[in-house]
Design a protein around this ligand. Sequence first.
Ligand SMILES: [Zn+2]
Length: 58
Amino acid sequence: MHRYKCASCGHIFSEDIWAEKCPKCRSRILIHIEGQPKKSGTCSCKGGNCSSCAGKCR
Ligand SMILES: [Zn+2]
């Protein structure tokens, strides 16, 4: 389970899978609040300040 907050509209939602879009406004800028970080190697930012992993995918 992952919990996200949309950076565009502020909508907070939960997903079993890794979410890529806000279900409300379809923004791709999501802040990951809760849940396991994405496994390393699957995110292209490599620990940078990206919106999908919040810099946690080292
Ligand atoms: Zn949104």
